[in-house]
Write a protein that binds this ligand. Structure first.
Ligand SMILES: [Fe+2]
Length: 384
């Protein structure tokens, strides 16, 4: 006799947030902070400065957050430093994980999430054992003057690695959860609710939005798992930003992107993982967007790292703005002098370092943009 199996999926709904009285809502995307002994003070100082500059309504942190130490107390110390930035400023923060968070070290994803959630500013959810990974949930954004859900934020754990040691992806059970939740949200609201999706790993469909070439050329990058095949921006496509390295998607594909296309409620998905990529491509109606790493250390690129700001209006939620802010965009020498005068010697020294290294990297970025635009035969709009 045939048996009906009922798929049980967790609710995984975070605490709701609300559009401001002026109808606006802003989200700061922070990713790949890789906080460790060497970069913790500088990275956290810069993230705090970014929060003071932007006053975001929500921060989403998409993985490879903390270098998980063998000693859980050390890992917790790094988490404390990061979360204190948001807690002291009363900024809600949504956490998910990357491939490195629980790769080595003393704490599992569930233990890490439980610790992040000891901070009241965290709106993150451990969805429980019914879904793969830890940190797949959604955050309803309600209208400024009613309890109508006017926007939605999906957060996915794109897992760490597949069975062959390649980068992970959002698994079928998580895709099923998204589809069910997307449908029930539409039903409850009487219409589709526009949304963003955030996760660590980019989807493999990013390659479908690029142009394949058989030979490596300037600004082309080899496919993550199809060696000998190179890709660059499509001169006729809608793309923006700077593609500096191969998009490192998972090898496996359980249909997340196609499900989003089918459901039609995701405007854009934002990922990290590829530290130097700050670009977006539009594919099948969805913007696939990668944000820069948000750490600061001595590595060659880190003064061009930074964060992404997203802004939505409740009166027109199908349109959004997106801006990449590099660390070097944030300060002038006058700011450094002011900090010095106020006794913030650490901040003053850091700002000067960012400005000095930023000058070189600005020239490099400007070269990439100009030559990339010329090579692709069109004027590329580098609106991030
Ligand atoms: Fe990563």
């Amino acid at each position: 006799m045939e048996q009906n199996t009922v798929q049980i999926l967790p609710d995984a709904t975070a605490k709701s947030l609300r559009f401001n009285k002026d109808g606006k809502f802003s989200i700061m995307h922070i990713t790949d902070t890789h906080l460790d002994h060497d970069n913790i003070e500088a990275s956290v100082w810069l993230i705090a400065a970014a929060c003071d500059r932007e006053h975001p309504d929500l921060v989403v942190v998409t993985g490879d957050n903390v270098q998980n130490d063998d000693d859980a107390a050390v890992t917790k110390k790094y988490i404390d430093k990061l979360m204190t930035v948001f807690q002291t400023r009363n900024i809600p923060v949504a956490i998910t994980f990357g491939n490195h968070d629980s790769e080595v070290g003393a704490m599992s994803r569930e233990e890490l999430m439980a610790y992040y959630n000891t901070y009241s500013c965290s709106v993150s959810v451990d969805e429980g054992p019914l879904l793969s990974g830890c940190g797949t949930y959604h955050i309803p954004i309600l209208a400024s003057d009613s309890n109508e859900m006017r926007f939605n934020v999906w957060v996915f754990d794109s897992n760490d690695y597949d069975g062959n040691g390649h980068y992970g992806n959002v698994k079928k059970d998580q895709v099923d959860w998204y589809k069910a939740k997307s449908e029930s949200t539409e039903k409850a609201n009487g219409k589709k609710v526009y949304s963003f999706a955030f996760q660590h790993m980019i989807v493999p469909e990013v390659y479908d939005a690029l142009i394949e070439c058989k030979r490596r050329k300037l600004y082309s990058f080899e496919h993550i798992n199809n060696k000998g095949t190179y890709y660059h921006f499509d001169p006729n496509g809608i793309n923006f930003g700077t593609l500096n390295e191969t998009p490192c998607s998972g090898y496996e594909n359980d249909g997340q992107f196609e499900a989003m296309v089918e459901r039609g409620d995701v405007l854009a998905m934002f990922t990290g993982h590829d530290h130097t990529n700050a670009f977006g491509v539009k594919h099948k109606g969805i913007d696939i967007v990668n944000s820069l790493s948000s750490r600061y250390n001595r590595d060659a690129f880190s003064s061009q790292y930074g964060y992404r700001m997203l802004r939505v209006d409740e009166n027109n939620p199908s349109v959004y703005t997106s801006d990449v802010v590099h660390w070097f965009d944030m300060f002038t020498l006058t700011d450094a002098k002011k900090a010095e005068k106020n006794g913030d010697h650490f901040g003053a020294k850091l700002m000067k370092d960012v400005i000095r290294r930023g000058l070189r990297e600005k020239m490099f970025l400007s070269f990439c943009r100009t030559s990339g635009a010329l090579l692709s035969g069109r004027k590329v709009t580098y609106k991030h």
